[in-house]
Write a new protein. Structure first.
Ligand SMILES: [Cu+2]
Length: 150
């Protein structure tokens, strides 16, 4: 990587950092031309024995889960689903946090605590990743008048 391309990459990263994360659900509403280049942060608050996610609406893309243990015992966060393998944090002590970055595809994922028994006690969230409807984009060079019958 030449210094020049490196600088360009850094500039892009800086721009990405300036995009406000604000209102979950509003993410992706605007100029999200490169869905894969954007990482959405999701808070996962773990208690004894529950996992609360800061968002429940997911579309394909990259997500960083910030797992925070607000319980009295140790926990961890693991995610299974299409394309994921060994996506898990280390054990998280009470009061500590850990992050886990994953790439979601369309499909169903399971977010849970892998410590023995915790999943069965309720530390389990199923989430569905859906492809969001986009505004229709005209084909290159297509003209509406060429379509018979409208
Ligand atoms: Cu746990």
């Amino acid at each position: 990587m030449t210094p020049r391309t490196r600088a360009a990459t850094l500039t892009l990263l800086s721009l990405a950092a300036l995009v406000p994360l604000g209102g979950l659900g509003a993410v992706g509403a605007g100029a999200s031309t490169h869905a894969g280049a954007r990482t959405t942060t999701v808070k996962a608050v773990e208690t004894d024995f529950h996992i609360a996610l800061s968002t429940t609406s997911f579309s394909p893309g990259r997500y960083t889960f910030v797992a925070r243990n607000k319980g009295q015992t140790t926990h961890a966060l693991e995610i299974t689903g299409p394309g994921l393998k060994n996506a898990t944090t280390a054990t998280i002590n009470p009061g500590q946090s850990a992050t886990l970055t994953v790439t979601f595809k369309k499909g169903t994922y399971d977010v849970f605590c892998p410590l023995p028994g915790h999943k069965a006690l309720g530390m389990n969230v199923n989430l569905v990743v859906r492809v969001r409807a986009r505004a229709p984009q005209p084909l290159m060079g297509a003209t509406t008048t060429a379509v018979p019958g409208g």
